[in-house]
Design a protein around this ligand. Structure first.
Ligand code: E4P
Length: 232
């Protein structure tokens, strides 16, 4: 499963990109608005760090406006994926963009039927928002399961991008179901890196090492020793 960061924060994006665990980034108007930079400057910085898909969302509600914005966004870099909302106007835009070879992510998907229609229109990705479904008493992950089953039944190539992830268990569940991508905020990704037993284990190793007063040898000493051993 690919891991995307759901953030427009350059420092966070850089942190996870440096770890080599970031396959892409999703943003939305709320996430962009949280940052104190202008849109172009901010997106330029993100695109300099991320080589995988960078999802940028249109804000127009009519097809013409969406298409205009989509063309501008797609022109920024070849790895830009245009996020289009799951509306009738959005579907028309997705169909046209698909014909032009511009990759789209249909966002704000809350049902298997919406996902089926988005795929038919030519979406590259669909984004079911599982956390927001959980919030209103639906099991978000079951929508992911249904979408995956429908797509498999008909060999649909649209990728399921599990969005609105709230905790690491969501990520495990998405991976077990075989979702193509999970996008998550930085706190979830940080929690995935950490385990208390790792911290306890590391502390114990280092305490034992320092109690014994040991030191790792310098590389040159090590090389000389290895040569000596090979000569014996
Ligand atoms: C996905 O692309 C969305 O930006 C995101 O996952 C929404 O998550 P939220 O429900 O936590 O705002």
């Amino acid at each position: 499963m690919k891991i995307f960061l759901d953030s427009a924060n350059v420092a966070s994006i850089k942190t996870f990109a440096d770890m080599g665990i970031l396959d892409g980034v999703t943003t939305n108007p709320t996430l962009i608005a949280k940052e104190s930079q202008g849109f172009l400057e901010l997106v330029g910085e993100i695109l300099r760090i991320v080589t995988g898909p960078v999802n940028l969302e249109v804000v127009s509600q009519n097809t013409e406006g969406m298409l205009h914005e989509a063309h501008d966004l797609a022109a920024l870099a070849p790895n830009v994926v245009v996020k289009v909302p799951m509306t009738s106007e959005g579907l028309v835009a997705v169909r046209k963009l698909h014909k032009e070879g511009i990759k789209t992510n249909v966002t704000l998907v809350f049902s298997p039927n919406q996902a089926l229609l988005a795929a038919k229109a030519g979406a590259g990705y669909v984004s079911p928002f599982i956390g927001r479904l959980d919030d209103v008493g639906h099991v978000g992950m079951s929508v992911v399961e249904e979408i995956l089953q429908i797509y498999r039944n008909y060999d649909i190539e649209t990728q399921v991008l599990v969005a609105s992830i709230r905790h690491p268990i969501h990520v495990v569940e998405a991976a077990k179901l075989g979702a193509h991508v999970a996008t998550m905020p930085s706190d979830v990704l940080e929690k995935m890196v950490k385990h208390p037993l790792t911290d306890i284990g590391l502390k114990r190793f280092l305490d034992d090492w320092s109690k014994a007063g040991l030191k790792l040898p310098e590389r040159r000493t090590l090389e000389a020793k290895t040569r000596g051993l090979a000569g014996n």
